[in-house]
Write a protein that binds this ligand. Structure first.
Ligand code: AMP
Ligand code: GLY
Length: 431
């Protein structure tokens, strides 16, 4: 099998790393990839927004399967372009990807199908109206841009002033472009978060192991939202009764509803959930795998990912099986100075060669570049260090020991990824 992976971050590096372990894989490319990924795949220059160019690339490479990592090409219709040309790609159509592409579309969809989610104070296309409603909203409150903002279009705050400033930034300054033309203001939910991702061919679905990402910048879940600062995966995140509730109240109605309203959904479908005292609530849908959840998940994939993805892309998911070993994994994002506001690029990275000797550990490159033979910082999220273990404590220990061996000027990462699990396991299982 010859596989093309689209994207160039830690998630795509993790996918390439896992895919190339499959005996069925003969060749693997990544577009555009990055210098770190080029150690595991042939990287080809491309823009992830250029869906026609990417389709031509897949055609000329004679790729048997293309996997779209990020949301942007999916929301722009890459699956439709590939289908038109008779090429095999795993990912939903433009219409189905609206579940992620528009938070207003997603909210209306959830209302239509009674899928539990946060209640709203309304959706707005006028900043003045949004600010007016804010004055009477309960605090804390959540403000969300309608469109794609790379995880930075959501503000959870107890300050009406801060919320009003965010609305101004979204809707009146041009910080987020058209993505900020409309906003949702919604109720703030409380509880542990869970990333529940399924692979579906539009009818059947197979769930991945549960995972959790940590979106806030700083320990204790403080600071601004980021693209994600780390993740864990463990079956302890979810009891089997709660998993049944999620599948029946959320996953099935979503897959059936989107097939009815738009098009059958084929690919990874990610449910960002809040496990509230009243049950699971959907915070967001993503039309792809999570980043950095993927970096944690690949460490536990005890199955042939290439065969599974190919089967799903061909609509033969019934034959797919996923087994997860070992029992837990953890990944840490090593971020650049100034991330997420203004990441500082250029610092030289040391300690990467020390990683080769570590067992059950991998380092995935997200924002690096090789200059004169040495890796340098080239993005906000620089590296993701991932480790697996027989339990979460072991996985965490391995990930943190590996991260300590790496350094660059201004490097920072959270010290508490997965630390809440000691006390939270019981709570989630009971809720
Ligand atoms: P989203 O992109 O919608 O998942 O939002 C990003 C993050 O903001 C989520 O992972 C949560 O941490 C937080 N968030 C979003 N919506 C809510 C909500 N209604 N209540 C509390 N936190 C939220
Ligand atoms: N980790 C959350 C996301 O990929 O959107």
């Amino acid at each position: 099998m010859k596989i093309l992976v689209i994207g160039g971050g830690g998630r795509e590096h993790a996918l390439v790393w896992k895919l190339r372990q499959s005996p069925a894989v003969e060749r693997i490319w990544c577009a555009p990839g990055n210098d770190g990924i080029s150690e595991d795949a042939e990287c080809l220059p491309a823009k992830t927004s250029d869906v026609a160019v990417l389709a031509t690339l897949a055609e000329s490479l004679r790729a048997d399967l293309t996997v779209a990592g990020p949301e942007q090409p999916l929301v722009l219709g890459i699956a439709d372009e590939f289908a038109r040309r008779g090429l095999v790609l795993l990912g939903p159509s433009l219409e189905a990807a609206q579940l992620e592409g528009s938070k207003i579309f997603a909210k209306e969809f959830m209302h239509r199908y009674a899928i539990p989610t946060a209640s709203t104070y309304g959706t707005f296309d006028s900043a003045a109206k949004a600010r007016e409603v804010l004055a009477n909203a309960d605090m804390p409150v959540v403000v969300k841009a309608d469109g794609l903002c790379a995880g930075k279009g959501v503000l959870v705050t107890s300050s009406a002033g801060e919320a009003a400033t965010f609305i101004t930034r979204l809707m009146e300054s041009d910080d987020f472009g058209a993505a900020g033309n409309r906003v949702i203001i919604e109720e703030c939910l409380q509880g542990p978060e869970l990333s529940y991702i399924v692979l579906t061919d539009g009818e059947k679905f197979v769930p991945l192991a549960p995972s959790r990402d940590y979106k806030r910048l700083s320990d204790g879940n403080f600071g601004p939202n980021t693209g994600g600062m780390g993740a864990i995966s463990s079956n302890e995140l979810l009891s089997s009764e709660m998993e049944r509730v999620i599948q029946e109240k959320i996953v099935r109605p979503t897959i059936e509803g989107i097939a009815k309203d738009a098009a059958p959904y084929r690919g990874f479908l990610y449910f960002g959930l809040m496990m509230t005292a009243a049950g699971p609530r959907v915070l967001e849908f993503n039309c792809r795998l999570g980043d950095p959840e993927t970096e944690a998940l690949v460490m536990r994939m005890n199955f042939d990912l290439a065969e599974t993805l190919f089967a799903a892309a061909k609509g033969r998911l019934a034959n797919a099986e996923m087994s997860w070993q070992p029992r837990a994994s953890c990944c840490l994002v090593l971020a650049a100075e100034g991330y997420p506001q203004r990441p500082k690029l250029g610092a030289r990275i040391s300690g990467l060669s020390s990683q080769e000797k570590l067992s059950s550990t991998a380092v995935f490159h997200a924002g690096t570049r090789k200059v004169d033979g040495q890796y340098c910082v080239n993005g906000g999220r620089v590296l993701t260090v991932a480790a697996a273990g027989d339990n979460l404590a072991q996985a965490r220990l391995r990930a943190y020991s590996a991260a300590k061996k790496i350094s660059f000027d201004g490097m920072h990462y959270r010290g508490d990824i997965g630390s809440e699990m000691n006390r939270a396991v019981g709570e989630v299982a009971r809720s």
